[in-house]
Ligand binder design. Structure first.
Ligand code: ADP
Length: 120
């Protein structure tokens, strides 16, 4: 893993490790969104098959992420210990293609109702 890949999460906040069993968390100071490095395979992407990414955008992001690292975390929703990603699709795919194990995420907690709303 390159240094630039990890720089974002470590510079924005002391990263709180997302536990593999999905124990929930909040930003302990503000109670607001937390900035976390999360393994790609722990983020469910329910709408992935319905929306195609622009391959050129993904390619450009891969090059940029390799050079300067991820500059803006992707938004992730955490519901009952499970992470869901609905946006940040190009950044997510760029990480997958680069073979990076984790991605820096801005995590908000929600309820099952929030999740249903996102699935509509
Ligand atoms: P996504 O589907 O990931 O949101 P977009 O092409 O719509 O893809 O937007 C790319 C986003 O990635 C922009 O908000 C940009 O600020 C962000 N970004 C984060 N890191 C980088 C980077 N290293 N190079 C270019 N853009 C980056």
């Amino acid at each position: 893993m390159s240094l630039s890949h990890t720089a974002l999460c470590s510079s924005l906040a002391r990263p709180i490790k997302a536990s593999s069993n999905g124990v929930p968390f909040t930003n302990p100071k503000s109670g607001g969104p937390a900035i976390l490095e999360i393994p790609l395979d722990k983020i469910r992407r329910p709408l992935m098959r319905t929306r195609a990414n622009d391959p050129q955008k993904v390619k450009e992001l891969m090059e940029s992420i390799q050079q300067i690292g991820l500059q803006v975390p992707i938004d992730v929703l955490e519901v009952e210990g499970v992470y869901y990603g609905f946006s940040g699709c190009h950044r997510f795919e760029a990480h997958q293609r680069l073979g990076l194990p984790t991605i820096c995420c801005k995590v908000r907690r929600g309820t099952k109702e929030t999740l249903r709303h996102h699935m509509r």
